[in-house]
Design a protein around this ligand. Structure first.
Ligand code: ADP
Ligand code: TRP
Length: 356
């Protein structure tokens, strides 16, 4: 295929993904999600959003939700998501998603939603708040994806059961209404295994909802906090013989080093470990400095964005407008397929997206 044509084909591929605004983003989100978004925005038609409706399922305090939504948007931009290259928006600014969610709820079955592993996990974690939004979380996620008729969805492993349901709903809708409107969205997998960033506390996954704060490096952590956290990272008493296999906490530190440091640095410390000469304090010092080097430009851009709330609003507004144009196109076709409303009607005017 000629190069130009190939480029256009790539550009025609639609990608959707989002993150719930549940707190400051951390290194796990950066390497597991954002870095992939940065790569994809160069090649495809991307829609990246902040899933604030999804966050409501766990009843955040309003002030916390408001703060986290704004913060996540600032961090998306500070990390390099570019509104010129991707459509960046806040889910609740696009009411068309809620309408599609309603239609999809009619073809989503109770049994399959109750069987979803993430629902079962939430029932275990919050037995006093098993709300209907939690049960239909995958339906809303399917609406997020199908509203742009996306083909690819870059997500972590934990989200695959949701994606499976999104594919079921796409298929079911197409079958029931005899249309080929929705492609079946596939998980976007990169070469090799998806990255799992470990915690500094010995836990296998850095997470703002799972592990303790001490094990998590937030993208907003100042240098002295990063140094402290890395210094306190769990290790062991050191290798006793050459070639001794690494304990999990030490392996975790090497995984982090591989993500943020140069191959020479990683090799140097690997050799030191193999020959039992390693000093964990030296490794931690290097790791902390390399994390700081990665985060400094992001934090600088964040400061600029914080100083300019009008710019943030303008970006959110522009993103919502573009997302709604795409969403309305799909919704119009959905309405036609279902034959809901009056034939040939002019859809009622849609209100302006709300600002932050
Ligand atoms: P958390 O586990 O901190 O609550 P989320 O569930 O909000 O994070 O995750 C948002 C995105 O970041 C998802 O795509 C998820 O796969 C990715 N992610 C989160 N933590 C990690 C991690 N430790 N390693 C790799 N990816 C991660
Ligand atoms: N459920 C996802 C998470 O917790 C966030 C999300 C909501 C999402 N809607 C989406 C991800 C649509 C991809 C596509 O990480």
């Amino acid at each position: 295929m000629p190069q130009q044509q190939q480029k256009e084909t790539q550009q025609n591929i639609r990608v959707v993904s989002g993150i719930r605004p549940t707190g400051d983003l951390h290194l796990g989100n950066y390497f597991g999600a954002i870095q992939n978004f940065l790569y994809l925005q160069e090649k495809h038609t991307c829609f990246f959003f902040i899933a604030d409706w999804h966050a409501l399922t766990t009843h955040p305090r309003p002030a916390e939700l408001g703060y986290a939504t704004q913060r996540t948007l600032q961090l998306y931009l500070a990390c390099g998501l570019d509104p010129q290259k991707a459509t960046i928006y806040i889910q609740s600014h696009v009411p068309e998603i809620a309408e599609l969610y309603l239609y999809l709820n009619m073809i989503a079955y109770l049994g399959e939603l109750e069987r979803c592993p993430t629902f079962k996990e939430k029932v275990r974690l919050q037995p006093d708040n098993v709300n209907a939004g939690l049960l239909t979380y995958p339906v809303l996620m399917a609406a997020d994806i199908l509203i742009h008729r996306a083909q690819y969805v870059p997500v972590g492993k934990d989200q695959l059961p949701h994606l499976e349901l999104a594919r079921d709903y796409a298929r079911r809708f197409n079958h029931l209404y005899e249309t080929d409107l929705f492609p079946e969205p596939q998980p976007y997998t990169f070469q090799g295994e998806p990255i799992k960033v470990p915690g500094l506390d010995g836990s296998p996954k850095m997470s703002k909802t799972g592990s303790s704060e001490k094990g998590v490096i937030f993208l907003t952590d100042p240098p002295e906090v990063i140094r402290q956290k890395v210094k306190r990272a769990v290790t062991d008493s050191g290798p006793q013989y050459p070639g001794q296999p690494m304990s999990e906490p030490v392996q975790n530190l090497f995984t982090l080093l591989e993500l943020v440091s140069s191959p020479e640095t990683v090799n140097y410390f690997r050799e030191q470990y193999q020959s039992c000469k390693i000093r964990y304090a030296e490794l931690k010092h290097q790791l902390a400095e390399d994390i700081i080097r990665l985060l400094t430009p992001i934090q600088e851009r964040l400061k600029e964005l914080e100083a300019n709330p009008k710019q943030l609003q303008a970006i959110a507004y522009e993103g919502a407008t573009r997302a709604r144009t795409s969403a309305r196109e799909t919704l119009q076709r959905v309405r036609e397929a279902i034959q809901i409303g009056l034939k040939g009607e002019t859809p009622p005017p849609v209100p302006e997206p709300l600002t932050l």
